[in-house]
Design a protein around this ligand. Sequence first.
Ligand code: RBF
Ligand code: MG
Length: 182
Amino acid sequence: MTRPLTNIPQAPTPPYPIAAKNIPIIAGFGRGSSELGIPTANVPVDKLPKEMLDLEQGVYFGFAKLNKINCTPKTEKRKDGKDVEYKFGNNLNEEEFKIYPQVMSIGWNPFYGNKEKAVEIHIIHSFSDTFYGANLNFNVLGYIRPELNYTTKEALIRDIEKDIEIGVEMLESEGYARYKDL
Ligand code: RBF
Ligand code: MG
């Protein structure tokens, strides 16, 4: 028996597992990769299953898998006016379409003072390119912590890195690894 890192149960308990399929990845603010070095797949809240919208703001973990879309690349303007290239996953390597652990943030990103609720998934893999326009299958298997405000970017990054460590540890454990099926 390994010592539990947190008070997270040893297997999903209701309302988990919650699964979402073929959710399109949209452009966020572009801060995840450029400012934090932690890219996230932003998903449209209105395309998510109701059980996911009922979750309180906070940080969660589960599994995720990208699906490539057969679509010609296009460029779209992000809210801040910056051009974003949608490649629909066609630029990624075949082996990058497998199931990875993920940590997910639901909330208003208090550190950045967002006005709208954002749901973003950090897939735990260093992808060879961007994944805008690809689709995402993912599940939510448990809760890690509430969304917090931070005084520095470094403190936010440190906590996300801790979330990743906790998420990976839980997902490798017997009670959660069984849900690696999307
Ligand atoms: N933003 C916050 O303001 N507070 C948080 O506690 C917080 N936790 C996060 C945890 C994870 C696992 C991830 C992936 C993101 C988190 N964020 C949080 C969101 C972060 O600010 C966001 O990913 C970047 O601003 C890029 O949109
Ligand atoms: Mg993002």
